[in-house]
Design a binder for this molecule. Structure first.
Ligand SMILES: Nc1nc2c(c(=O)[nH]1)N[C@H]1C(S)=C(S)[C@@H](COP(=O)(O)OP(=O)(O)OC[C@H]3O[C@@H](n4cnc5c(=O)[nH]c(N)nc54)[C@H](O)[C@@H]3O)O[C@H]1N2
Ligand SMILES: Nc1nc2c(c(=O)[nH]1)N[C@H]1C(S)=C(S)[C@@H](COP(=O)(O)OP(=O)(O)OC[C@H]3O[C@@H](n4cnc5c(=O)[nH]c(N)nc54)[C@H](O)[C@@H]3O)O[C@H]1N2
Ligand SMILES: [Mo]
Length: 749
């Protein structure tokens, strides 16, 4: 099961932040989690005197470098950003022509922002009105400003709304499509951007093609397999276009509504097998439920270079297989970075001992399950022989098929050339020198054609499409409720033959929009639209006309298909402010959310959770450990930096509970679960909140599971998983767990 927490990609890049005049960070701690990238932020501070504003419930190492620190209450960023928008509109600091030409629905935002006075924002977020006014002034008046976010915005029931309000703020100031501006979403894992782009997800096909008959047919053709064969892999046709379970809630699929768990919609059967490829499992919220899910599986397969601690957590005795898997150093291929650029990675050593690479495991599995031929058919199309070369032919298959995000130019040959010449590019602009001149490092997508240079800044109309320019994508029709959705007069990218906005390019409209004539041969070869045109005629003609194949439309501030058309503040399910849950209640319950009935309002109103559990629980990261932590806790030197699981607790709170610095303490959760951890006194947190890292496993609710590791595999550090006490709660669109918005109580152990 792949792992793609959070969403989005950087519109710009780390290097480009050196062009910023102001930097605002919401819910990210790059000094710890992106320490190399953070160097660029520090350079912007030194060279441009860029103001650094950090909005975080915890005083982090990033906050320590900030000019302004806003200690926000968890889950209230929407209120905070509306507060900024309130002041921006009130004082006329918005970019009016940008909004007029390039944004749809800002009027709704303006009306909502009007309600969020600094005083009201102070009450909801805990950030002083004077500080809000000060930072808004600095940020709105320093153009260009860049906005960064990461997991502090996404791991909430309103995470998807958070990821909309942030771009809205940037749009209001005309900070999109500008060097030094943009929304820079700091991605997580090595190649998590690539995993997202390939849609190792349960609700899309690769390249974000939707689950529709049209997409399946396009893929069947491109993969060289029969559509009817693909259809035959499903129980019935309807399941082809049905979202699957997510990583967050596969366990609900196993438990099938038993013991009071949420009901599932899975055709009358429950999940029986879990096949894990590169996830720690102890990194998932609600570990007691995860354990119950693991215990009830028929088969558990863990492909991992280490002993995946799912095997330690479960009481299941049989039918658990750990397949020794090779690491990145033992394999090669392309990976995608946080700024949409690719790198070619070379193998360092052959797989050690009996380890196999991930792809070899998949090939072997497909052989035994009887579909190796179909699985590899697309890779054989290039050589037109019954053979293929891995991974080159896989990369070229991706380049051939994925048009949506413009991967046509990502051929293995070009990617290798870029990685080999990585020193021939500028660190700020990404522009190449010498023989790499005219290209951008790693060909950040979209790379519309095989000779396109890549697009270092998304939505940048100051450069031509041929040089990486583009407007916003036309994706949702030409008008909505009578309002034109295409961009306005001054919005066409530089050198465009077509002025103003234009629709996405199809076989039907290409002649009219580009004012060209296709030859009969071209008419025969052209695909229906730019997304499925493997002839590349649409892309090539568009490049000649300086037109982005995906159109030039307005960005949508109003997303009429979502539960909240514009982002709305809604209190976390487990909120310390019961008074505010009445004014800003969570969503209605959502049946069949990725196949699982999901509770919102019924959970929020079940009782006043804050009476018993008054403390905000914040989970996050440490610099020496990663994710579920097994890889690093198995390193003697990294483990030594944090040898045991701990909690950062304010001495005032600790004092109230008789907990001395260094004492063992319990953290109790509304889930009825608890963990035993070491208290570390810290003023980085206030007395109403705790910070715990989520990188530990090997203890469960006070019990040491050390004896369950296979001989010789116990890591140097084990401890309680933070996720044993994270609370119920899932994002309304993506089902990401609310691991940054829960409640807890503390007790001396
Ligand atoms: N050393 C190290 N580096 C890593 C990783 C690692 O495990 N270790 N993991 C990688 C991965 S997978 C990812 S996704 C990235 C994640 O990178 P980050 O998102 O930076 O990671 P976190 O520390 O989880 O969370 C960031 C901050 O969000 C704050 N926060 C919590 N709730 C809220 C809120 O409601 N509002 C706001 N404004 N802030 C909030 C937390 O206090 C925390 O400081 O890091 C990557 N880099
Ligand atoms: N409470 C709380 N929970 C969180 C978060 C949080 O902030 N708070 N953050 C969430 C986020 S953003 C993320 S991304 C997840 C991260 O959580 P995980 O995805 O569980 O993170 P990792 O520990 O990196 O797990 C990767 C597993 O893959 C194995 N591995 C490494 N290389 C390879 C390889 O080449 N092939 C295979 N097959 N396996 C390999 C490792 O040994 C490890 O067991 O945690 C999430 N959980
Ligand atoms: Mo992540």
């Amino acid at each position: 099961m792949a792992n793609t927490w959070g969403y989005g990609a950087m519109t710009n890049s780390f290097g480009d932040m050196q062009n910023s005049k102001a930097i605002i960070i919401f819910g990210a701690n790059p000094a710890v989690n992106h320490p190399v990238g953070f160097g660029h932020i520090l350079k912007a501070k030194e060279r441009n005197s860029a103001a650094l504003i950090v909005v975080d419930p915890v005083f982090t190492k990033t906050a320590a470098k900030a000019d302004y620190f806003c200690r926000i209450r968890p889950g209230t960023d929407i209120a905070f950003m509306y507060g900024m928008l309130h002041l921006i509109f009130k004082h006329g600091l918005e970019d009016k022509s940008f909004i007029d030409d390039r944004v749809y629905g800002m009027d709704l935002v303006r009306a909502e922002a009007k309600k969020w006075t600094p005083k009201k924002v102070e009450d909801v977020t805990g950030v002083k009105a004077s500080l809000l006014i000060q930072i808004t002034n600095v940020y709105a008046k320093s153009h260009p400003g860049t906005l960064l976010w990461a997991m502090g915005l996404t791991q909430h029931t309103i995470g998807s709304s958070n990821t909309r309000i942030a771009p809205i703020l940037q749009l209001s100031l005309g900070n999109m499509g500008e060097a030094g501006g943009g929304c820079n979403i700091l991605r997580g894992h090595d190649n998590v951007q690539g995993a997202t782009d390939m849609c190792c997800l349960s609700h899309t096909l690769p390249g974000y093609y939707g689950l529709s008959d049209g997409s399946w047919k396009y893929f069947a053709k491109s993969w060289g397999v029969d559509y009817s064969w693909l259809k035959g892999r499903f129980k019935a046709k309807e399941w082809m276009n049905n979202k699957g379970f997510t990583l967050a809630r596969w366990w609900a699929g196993v438990l099938d509504g038993k013991n009071g768990n949420d009901k599932i919609h899975n055709g009358g059967v429950n999940v029986k097998t879990l096949f894990v490829m590169g996830n720690g499992i102890t990194s998932t919220a609600q570990q007691a439920k995860v354990k119950e899910g693991l215990d009830n599986l028929e088969l558990l397969v863990l492909c991992d270079p280490f002993v995946n601690e799912a095997a330690v957590l479960t009481d299941k005795q049989d039918d658990i297989y750990i397949l020794p898997t090779a690491t990145q150093f033992e394999s090669s291929g392309s990976v995608t970075a946080t700024n949409r650029s690719a790198q070619w990675r070379n193998r360092v050593v052959k797989p050690l001992y009996e380890a196999k690479t991930d792809h070899d495991i998949m090939f072997e599995m497909s052989k035994r399950l009887g579909f190796f031929k179909e699985f590899t058919a697309a890779m054989k199309m290039k050589l037109k022989k019954d053979t293929f070369i891995f991974p080159e032919d896989a990369t070229d298959e991706i380049a051939r098929i994925i048009k949506t995000i413009g991967l046509t130019g990502w051929t293995s040959k070009r990617l290798k050339e870029h990685s080999k010449n990585w020193h021939m590019f500028d660190e700020i602009s990404g522009r190449g020198y010498g023989k790499m001149k005219g290209q951008y490092y790693g060909l950040p997508w979209p790379v519309w054609t095989e000779s396109h240079p890549g697009s270092p800044l998304l939505y940048d109309i100051h450069r031509s499409v041929k040089d990486g320019g583009m407007g916003f994508r036309n994706r949702f029709g030409l008008e909505h409720d009578g309002v034109d959705l295409l961009a306005g007069k001054t919005s066409a990218p530089k050198d465009s033959k077509v002025k103003g906005g234009y629709p996405e390019i199809t076989a039907a409209n290409i002649e009219k929009v580009l004012k060209i004539k296709l030859t009969p041969a071209e008419k025969k070869a052209i695909g229906k639209n730019w997304k499925v045109d493997t002839s590349n005629i649409i892309a090539n003609k568009c490049m000649e006309a300086g037109v982005a194949p995906y159109g030039n439309a307005k960005a949508r501030a109003n997303v009429w298909t979502f539960p909240d058309k514009i982002p709305m503040h809604r209190e976390p399910i487990h909120s310390p402010r019961q008074d505010l849950t009445k004014i800003y209640p969570t969503y209605p319950d959502k049946p069949n959310h990725f196949r699982v009935d999901t509770q919102y309002i019924s959970k929020q109103t079940e009782k006043d959770w804050s009476k018993e559990f008054p403390i905000n629980l914040i989970t996050g990261r440490l610099v020496n450990l990663n994710g579920a932590g097994m890889e690093n806790r198995a390193s003697k030197y990294l483990a030594a930096l944090s040898p045991e699981m701990f909690c950062r607790i304010n001495p005032d709170l600790a004092g109230q509970h008789g907990i001395a610095d260094g004492d063992m303490m319990w953290i109790l959760s509304p889930e009825g679960t608890k963990i035993k951890v070491r208290a570390h006194y810290s003023y980085t947190v206030t007395a109403d909140r705790l910070f715990i890292p989520f990188h530990f496993a090997g203890h469960f609710q006070g019990k040491d599971l050390s004896s369950k590791y296979p001989k010789g595999t116990k890591p140097y550090a084990v401890g309680e998983s933070a996720n044993t006490v994270t609370n119920y709660g899932y994002d309304i669109m993506t089902q990401l767990p609310e691991t940054k918005g829960g409640l807890c109580q503390v007790k001396k152990a």
